[in-house]
Design a protein around this ligand. Structure first.
Ligand code: DX5
Ligand code: ZN
Length: 214
């Protein structure tokens, strides 16, 4: 599988978001990763629907919306209508995972299901056939700039081995603490969509940083 580099705009300069989106594109990143936090599911609040609508107007890039919210089912429609190309939500949220996956697919969008670090791989197995992507969080969701949790390599391997039997085309995304070194580890474990925030935005040369993740 080709590696897809997804730039998390949580680390972007929000006052210059348009220019940051241009920089992501000209640096050769593949996706824009848009983190939504409700202050309840995670102990932080980011941004939401009006910002997504603005990002959608400004860029033609693929927008990957990562919902870290308590009741994702309630909000799939509005995120789908405001520019998301893919929507991922947490298995640990209060919504029924199968209902959320069906709702995302019914809107014609790609569907991802995310796992916090403490959630075992096998919890997601019943949903893999319905999903386009599984997101293995490699830090605790809520903040950028944290250190990669090395134990997550085994979880990626377990999900890749299971997907190999039931859904070989499944994408496995990783999010948190990804840089050139950890990118090589997660690719070897079976991940193909690599999200990075601080590594890309703090780099002097974003193109070189994106390239180093492939
Ligand atoms: C954290 C977010 C991430 C975050 C990653 O909860 O889901 O997308 O931006 O940031 P880095 O790459 O800095 O760990
Ligand atoms: Zn994220």
């Amino acid at each position: 599988m080709n590696t897809i580099v997804s730039a998390s705009i949580l680390s972007a300069d929000v006052c210059r978001l348009g220019e940051e989106l241009d920089r992501i594109k000209s640096s050769g990143c593949d996706h824009v990763h848009f983190d939504v936090m409700d202050g309840v599911f995670v102990p932080n609040i980011s941004y939401g629907i009006p910002v997504l609508a603005g990002v959608r107007k400004r860029t033609d890039m693929f927008i990957d919306v990562h919902l870290m919210i308590t009741d994702p089912l309630k909000y799939i429609g509005v995120f789908a209508d405001n520019g998301a190309d893919m929507i991922s939500f947490h298995l640990e949220s209060e919504s029924d995972p199968e209902a959320v996956l069906r709702e995302i697919k019914s809107r014609g969008k790609k569907a991802g299901i995310a796992l916090k670090p403490a959630t075992p791989a096998e919890k997601v197995f019943p949903y893999i056939e319905l999903a386009d992507m599984v997101l293995v969080m490699t830090v605790e969701p809520g903040f950028g700039g944290q250190g990669f949790i090395y134990e997550m390599q085994d979880k990626i391997k377990e999900i890749r081995a299971y997907a190999h039997k039931v859904k070989p085309e499944l994408h496995i995304q990783v999010d948190g603490g990804i840089n050139a070194e950890t990118a090589a580890l997660v690719r070897a474990a079976g991940a193909d969509i690599l999200v990075a925030g601080s590594y890309l935005f703090k780099a002097d040369d974003m193109s070189a940083a994106a390239q180093s993740m492939r």
